[in-house]
Design a protein around this ligand. Structure first.
Ligand code: COI
Length: 327
């Protein structure tokens, strides 16, 4: 059984080697993303493993199917980069990852605290030996209302983490989760927008959720609202965020992902000419904390992502099933 893995980082190699040995499969590791120009690298392999930058649209999937690939596994929870309908039509099985939600959930709570306590300007001051307090007075979570949009595994874990802070917690999800109902009050979106001091997104990126945070929805939120996004950049209209940070309608942002991140994430761009104007501009605000799509990035999650992908491909090829099979 042969697997071709793409977008492989150095810190994943050990887990790939361990899993390949443990499960008796051959794994070829490639740093580059999988794209039409290098799809022949998957020729003759039974399964393909990628992260989120490989766009598995119908044409790339057709090429893979022609080359004999039977299973595609993304080492990510999100799968908006894969055309599931095309995969089904072509008879390619698709798997995603199910690493523990705690890393991302804790990161979202960390962002809330960083923004509420003005951590970024305080860090800047410390670096130039300025230990003044002026302008850094913060707010306490226990006095605030947090709206959680999306209560799947990650959103539900955010809610569990928040219960210790004593804040009011509102939740929205088209499919309410019984486990959440004891800790949060399910409300409609309008109520969540109108009542929340902080809104954190934990929804998948789908045609129905793309730009769910836009000029109209922001206008319906509280003045000074804090928005947190550790899910997918495309959930928020970047231009609307910029305008509303400038006007101070938005009081703070914690963004681990933005819609135009593709040419930036997980790359060292220090010596390159700036091209991403939105990110370059937004990241300068003292009340905007931005990171490189790394909320997932913990030792436990990295191992789980690789394990799930290799074990999942093997299981589907052997038995036709795996717990994370989505198509
Ligand atoms: C996911 O698992 O969906 C992620 O966003 C992590 C990915 C960027 C490696």
């Amino acid at each position: 059984m042969r697997i071709a893995a793409f977008e492989v980082r150095d810190d994943e190699r050990q887990s790939f080697d361990d899993e390949a040995r443990r499960l008796g499969v051959e794994v070829a590791l490639h740093e580059e993303k999988l794209e039409p120009g290098n799809a022949t690298m998957a020729e003759g392999f039974d399964g393909v493993s990628t992260l989120g930058l490989s766009r598995l649209d119908s044409s790339l999937l057709e090429t893979l199917a022609r080359q004999g690939v039977k299973v595609v596994a993304t080492r990510t929870v999100g799968y908006n980069h894969i055309d599931l309908d095309a995969a089904k039509r072509l008879g390619i099985a698709v798997l995603n990852a199910d690493y523990a939600p705690n890393g991302v959930a804790e990161y979202a709570v960390m962002f809330m605290l960083m923004v509420l306590r003005n951590y970024k300007p305080s860090l800047w001051r410390g670096q130039v030996y300025d230990f003044s307090l002026k302008g850094l007075r913060g707010r306490e979570l226990r006095n605030l209302t947090v709206g959680v949009m999306g209560t799947g595994r990650i959103g539900a874990t955010v809610i569990r983490c928040l219960t210790g802070f004593g804040c009011r917690i509102l939740a929205y999800d088209p499919h309410p989760n019984d486990a959440v109902a004891n800790h949060a009050e399910y409300v409609d979106l309008e109520t969540l927008y109108r009542s929340s001091d902080i809104i954190t997104l934990h929804m998948p990126l789908l045609p129905s959720t793309e730009h769910i945070i836009n000029r109209d929805t922001i206008a319906r939120m509280k003045d000074g609202v804090v928005l947190i996004n550790c899910a997918r950049g495309g959930l928020m209209d970047l231009e609307a965020l910029i305008d509303n940070i400038e006007s101070e309608k938005i009081g703070g942002l914690g963004l681990d992902t933005v819609e135009t991140e593709e040419d930036l994430i997980h790359r060292d761009r220090r010596t390159d000419i700036l091209t991403n104007r939105g990110v370059a501009y937004l990241r300068q605000f003292p009340n905007v904390v931005m990171t490189q799509h790394m909320a997932f990035y913990t030792d436990a999650a990295v191992h789980s992502m690789v394990n799930c992908s290799v074990e999942g491909i093997r299981s589907v090829l052997d038995t036709g099933t795996f717990r994370t099979r989505i198509a």
